[in-house]
Design a binder for this molecule. Structure first.
Ligand SMILES: Nc1ncnc2c1ncn2[C@@H]1O[C@H](COP(=O)(O)OP(=O)(O)OP(=O)(O)O)[C@@H](O)[C@H]1O
Ligand SMILES: [Mg+2]
Length: 185
């Protein structure tokens, strides 16, 4: 996998498969602390303890179409390769949170990539679900929320042309506005 935004898409797809109604993505990039952390939290079905233990094993999957599950193992591998780690907290019936921690300056840290494209894919492809994304840097804090956009659309679906345009517009800040959008939320 090329960049972290694609990992985020993959981890969020697990949330969707787990029946989540809401997915909260939080990205913290701190050059000062030499830290990048990415959390994907959902309110889906969660995992029992034994399943959670197996979740980062590439040969474990509850999929029936393919015998290996690679989403979590690849994310964990990406974090470890960048001097970090992956933590998963999950409770059956209440949800799952997956956090990857990376050393920001590590030569093997994958770039974040196009986070806006990931959010666009998730938001437009899953109408009726709520996605939020908070992106924080040392000097900026940008927030994206599909529920806010839907409220402004007054009934037009998020996958309609008007909906897609509104999502794109809102994502502009998330994509490049971080360096100069202090407190923009
Ligand atoms: N957010 C989640 N909520 C509930 N169960 C999860 C969640 N994330 C992962 N799992 C469980 O862990 C297993 C492994 O996930 P992983 O993403 O590594 O592989 P996969 O989704 O099965 O296959 P792939 O990601 O390669 O398409 C899943 O099959 C699922 O049972
Ligand atoms: Mg997966």
């Amino acid at each position: 996998m090329e960049d972290l935004s694609l990992h985020i898409l993959d981890i969020a797809e697990n949330s969707i498969a787990a029946g989540a109604k809401r997915v909260d993505i939080r990205i913290r990039e701190s050059r000062r602390e030499d830290l990048l952390s990415i959390e994907i939290a959902d309110d889906g079905s969660g995992m029992k303890q034994d399943m959670l233990k197996k979740a980062t094993d590439p040969f474990f999957t509850t999929r029936t179409t393919r015998r290996v599950g690679l989403g979590l193992p690849l994310f964990e591998q990406a974090a470890r390769a960048a001097g970090g780690e992956c933590r998963i907290v999950s409770r059956p019936g209440s949800g799952t949170s997956v956090t990857g921690v990376f050393r920001y300056s590590h030569v093997d840290r994958q770039p974040l990539g196009d986070i806006a494209e990931t959010l666009l894919t998730l938001a437009v492809g899953n109408p009726g679900m709520e996605f939020t994304c908070r992106r924080q840097t040392d000097d900026a804090d940008v927030f994206f929320n599909t529920a806010e956009i839907e409220a402004e659309l007054r009934g037009a679906p998020i996958h309609s042309p008007a909906g897609i345009a509104a999502v794109r517009k809102s994502l502009e800040r998330l994509r490049e506005g971080v360096t100069h959008a202090v407190g923009n939320r």
